[in-house]
Design a protein around this ligand. Structure first.
Ligand code: IPM
Ligand code: MN
Length: 350
């Protein structure tokens, strides 16, 4: 019989609350012959305070023995900025070579969005996940003095750019509109920008059915707001992708709905699925967190593991739930329960 070994990292703040709902939805969606084995990892602020550890090697090795990872959120104001982000979240993305950071954006009818009523917002950002300014290259000289110099070096390799660009072409090719937009800033970042552009054009010759387009990142932010329907698949570097996907979330109903997958398409290491939002310590424990982003991340997880029909059911449940949302305020648990009922109902009707 089939089985899924899932590593679960609830993490900080609202992480554990939204992950609990994600697991409920996952269990509801999976066919009954699939055995789900979960193992929870105590990583994040609590662990760091207690032991000084962020992600010990033994844990990294153990995480590797799974088919996928579900992560809630990492980060807490009581921990210096960067310690958990670099030492845990980015360490995982780098160690497991998650070079495709997949972030879909879809505007569901009746979503509270500043762009509500737009004809169609349905695009996916393929954000590079292992290079760019995130590699930690750089340093600071004469730290703390008026003569301080700090550098953050963006690392872009032909190998790294090509593999993510190729993945984006494949995704564009598989979608009805078959359009791929490269976003960079090659009028200023001439070294990295021109590498991206050359690779983008060269790989594109292998995908004659895909229409291509290039935008500078600043112009792209304008079009996200004024003409979001022009986008289908976007491929971009790690930092531009980080910024653009928060904006993408804002125009499609907010960060409470934005899902992501940190994917290693080769399958050499487990891929990791997480909501785009952070740990939101201000609302932790209040039941106000919307678990929808985590549930949609579970759909990406299901699709990645080959459970396409199940993924589609979860996404349909979310679409129905959002469309049917009234003005009543629901708790994290209530939203989770509503999604589970809808998933179960659609399992019954096939
Ligand atoms: C995200 C987050 C992370 C990132 C931080 C927490 C390191 O903002 O997943 O978008 O910058 O990638
Ligand atoms: Mn971000």
């Amino acid at each position: 019989s089939r089985s899924i070994r899932l590593a679960v990292i609830p993490g900080d703040g609202i992480g554990p609350e939204v992950v609990a709902q994600g697991l409920k939805a996952l269990t509801a969606a999976l066919p009954s012959d699939v055995k789900l084995e979960t193992r929870e990892y105590d990583l994040g602020a609590r662990r760091w305070h207690a032991t000084g550890e962020t992600l010990p090697d033994a844990e990294l090795e153990s995480l590797k023995q799974h088919d996928a990872i579900l992560l809630g959120a990492i980060g807490d104001p009581s921990v210096p900025s960067g310690v958990l982000e670099r030492g845990l979240l980015l360490k995982l993305r780098f160690a497991f070579d998650h070079y495709v950071n997949l972030r879909p954006s879809k505007l569901f009818p009746h979503t509270a969005s500043p762009l509500a009523g737009r004809p169609e917002i349905d695009f996916v950002v393929v954000r590079e996940g292992t290079e760019g300014p995130y590699t930690g290259n750089g340093g600071s000289l004469r730290t703390g003095t008026p003569a301080e110099v700090a550098t953050e070096v963006s690392v872009n390799t032909a190998y790294g750019v090509e593999r993510v660009v190729r993945d984006a072409y494949e995704r564009a090719q598989a979608r009805p509109r078959r359009k791929l937009t490269l976003v960079h800033k090659n009028n200023v970042l001439v070294h990295a920008g021109h590498l991206w552009r050359r690779v983008f054009d060269r790989v594109g010759r292998e995908y004659p059915e895909v229409t291509t387009d290039y935008l500078h990142v600043d112009a792209a932010t304008i079009f996200f707001v004024t003409q979001p329907e022009r986008f289908d698949v976007i491929v971009t570097d790690n930092l531009f992708g980080d910024i653009l996907t928060d904006l993408a979330a804002a125009i499609t109903g907010g960060i409470g709905l934005a899902a992501s997958g940190n994917i290693n398409p080769t399958g050499a290491f487990p891929s990791m699925f997480e909501p785009v939002h952070g740990s939101a310590p201000d609302i932790a424990g209040t039941g106000k967190a919307d678990p929808t982003a985590t549930v949609l991340s579970v759909a990406l997880l299901l699709r990645h593991l080959g459970y396409e029909a199940e993924a589609a059911r979860v996404e349909k449940a979310v679409a129905e739930d959002i469309t049917g949302r009234g003005s009543a305020v629901r708790t994290t648990d209530q939203v989770g329960d509503a999604l589970v009922s809808r998933v179960l109902a659609s399992v019954q009707t096939g």
